[in-house]
Design a protein around this ligand. Structure first.
Ligand SMILES: Cc1cc2nc3c(=O)[nH]c(=O)nc-3n(C[C@H](O)[C@H](O)[C@H](O)COP(=O)(O)OP(=O)(O)OC[C@H]3O[C@@H](n4cnc5c(N)ncnc54)[C@H](O)[C@@H]3O)c2cc1C
Length: 244
């Protein structure tokens, strides 16, 4: 099975990325996770989702750029995506990864680059979700998000937290007070037991705990999971929902 972590790894390997999108058996597996290789393919996939009553988050899969020129190219890509969302009228926001905008090169660069995208999205009354990545950048990601949130509105920019991290409940409590829109997910990176719960049971319990905190906050949050048990349990408990 191709896991999200495998895709994350692939998204960092230029040569492998090319292989993964061309090699037919692999491509078949990745279509479960990747809506398309071009903006138009992704737009078509989102149109299908919208027709089924689902809104979407447009995520250009790429991480850990090697230089500022690559980070610059990512900004252009996202500005194009935001423009295409408006042109086509699809119901979609965008998700970004700060390492895609240069976080590991220079946090200030990542701040400036992500700011450019959030500013454009805010002008278009769209919304930018800052994805959460490996624990080596959790604090940096939260710090940049807070700067963006101080400058832009609740409905302009949001963040992701991962229930496998031991720190997450405290982060959720703090961020909800800003207030901030949070997407809770379980987490997709390989983390050591000092920072993340090694047992799925604890990850799931923390997920439910954070979800309950979010749902009682009165803010429109995102509840992200593929877990059928979690989705069914949550449907029974709460009839209203957020997405992405
Ligand atoms: C909208 C969205 C946004 C996300 N954003 C982030 C992010 O910013 N950062 C981050 O680290 N991770 C992110 N993730 C990934 C997430 O952290 C998990 O790695 C991933 O969703 C698997 O966890 P789970 O909650 O689905 O349940 P798991 O506990 O992994 O799986 C439980 C069960 O769910 C089912 N299942 C799991 N995955 C799939 C699948 N792909 N298709 C069908 N059934 C499946 C299986 O039956 C499995 O046994 C995101 C996921 C989603 C859906």
């Amino acid at each position: 099975m191709v896991t999200r972590s495998a895709l994350i790894y692939l998204s960092r390997q230029e040569g492998l990325k090319e292989f993964a999108t061309r090699f037919r058996p692999f491509k078949k597996l990745t279509t479960r996770f990747v809506a398309g290789e071009t903006i138009d393919e992704a737009v078509a996939a989102i149109q299908e989702l919208n027709a089924e009553g689902c809104s979407a988050s447009f995520d250009h899969l790429n991480e850990s750029v090697a230089n500022s020129a690559e980070a610059e190219a990512e900004i252009k890509e996202y500005l194009q995506i935001l423009n295409r969302i408006d042109e086509t009228g699809i119901d979609s926001n965008v998700s970004i990864k700060l390492t895609q905008f240069g976080l590991e090169l220079d946090p200030e660069l990542a701040y400036r680059n992500s700011r450019a995208v959030v500013e454009d999205a805010a002008r278009r009354e769209n919304f930018v979700r800052v994805d959460m990545e490996g624990s080596n950048v959790t604090q940096l990601t939260i710090d940049i998000f807070k700067r963006l949130r101080a400058e832009f509105g609740l409905d302009d920019v949001g963040i992701v937290l991962q229930s496998y991290l031991r720190r997450t409940y405290a982060d959720a409590q703090e961020l909800v007070k800003l207030p901030a829109r949070i997407r809770i997910c379980k987490g997709a990176y390989n983390e050591p037991p000092e920072v993340a719960f090694p047992d799925k049971k604890d990850v799931d319990e923390n997920y439910v705990r954070v979800m309950q905190l979010l749902l009682s906050s009165g803010i429109y949050h995102g509840i992200a999971t593929h877990d059928p048990k979690m989705i069914e349990g949550w449907r029974k408990d709460r009839p209203t929902s957020g997405s992405s």
